[in-house]
Ligand binder design. Sequence first.
Ligand code: NAD
Ligand code: MG
Length: 381
Amino acid sequence: MSQDHRSRALCLLGATGSIGVSTLSVAAHLGIPVFAVSAHSKVDLLATQARACGAKVAVICDPARYDELKRALAGSGIRAAAGPAALEEIAAAPEVGAVMTAIVGAAGLPATLAAVRAGKRLCIANKEPLVMAGDLIMAEAKASGAAILPVDSEHSAIFQCLENHGADEVRELVLTASGGPFRTVADLSQVTREQALKHPTWTMGPKITIDSATLMNKSLEVIEARWLFGIEPERIRVIIHPQSVVHSMVSYRDGSVMAQLGLPDMRVPIQYALTWPRHEGGEVGIPDFAKLVALTFEEPDTARFPSLTMAYHAARVGGLAPAVMNAANEMAVAAFLAGRSRFIDIFRTVEDALSRTPALRSPSLSDIIAADADVRARLAN
Ligand code: NAD
Ligand code: MG
């Protein structure tokens, strides 16, 4: 019998973000105790959240904000901590049963590894570490017995459609993509930051919203799916589905296709990661099927959105290529969000970085971290 979710205390990494806030709502609804919360720099929000959810520890990543956090938590009995090492500490703490990784980007890699090595239930929203070092993370999970539960809506869908079936029964995984705000925009050279930040169906943090507009999010998700489900990239297909009702599908060798449907609300996959293998009562309704005019599907346009081609290339090459692709994308998105570059420069930056990928068959963790740092250093100049 698996441990009940109410007795599995949660460590929430990235509590102040979009996934973090939704996770706190789900935890409150289900009565899941929260042991620790973290944030990068939003001290006041973090302290408010920690008090509201009854956390025992709050971690601010930026060490310069430690005193501020201590003051904000004065009299609460909540321990304040700071710095990246404190993230690894809370992720592996003996009091913790489940870890939700809701940090954005490669910054979440060390804490993800700490949680997996400590054998925690690992609820992964933070996809970038899986893209960078998926085989190492999955191998560590095998060694420690950590259960890995996908939170990304597509991967939660596939996980649900796959349950109890082996990769050898699968014809292909079909990842759906909304297509983002520029699905029907012919010329991407003039699109603005404000347009790119308006996602048609999901409300999310800024980095993943831009990734959705470039389809780089789907590119990262192809590699994420490869590691989570042990299925080679050639059997992972992307299809545009603008309504975001079908969250993804598994087609089996006998011609049967399983799909998972729902409203575009992350509280559904967040909750399932926390309560698996049970579906408990939740806060989210279901689509009104009588009002759904159409569910449509179309091929992605890889000429306008070359990120998908890059992802399949990176997945095939393996080694350091996915980490290089991810680091270049993070830097390019940051430059675009800061107004220093154009939308289409994101594609150029990632393509150029990929073409410089050092050849290395089975990189170690330190090789991956070094490659990530090299790309960032080169693009920072
Ligand atoms: P967000 O920007 O809203 O929040 C990010 C969180 O990470 C914040 O709490 C922030 O304080 C923290 N953080 C940022 N930089 C950090 C650093 N350097 N060190 C430590 N903490 C840091 O992001 P989000 O939209 O919630 O996405 C989080 C992750 O979940 C991403 O990897 C994203 O791809 C994935 N995801 C998000 C959604 C969604 O609906 N938002 C859906 C699927 C997957
Ligand atoms: Mg997704």
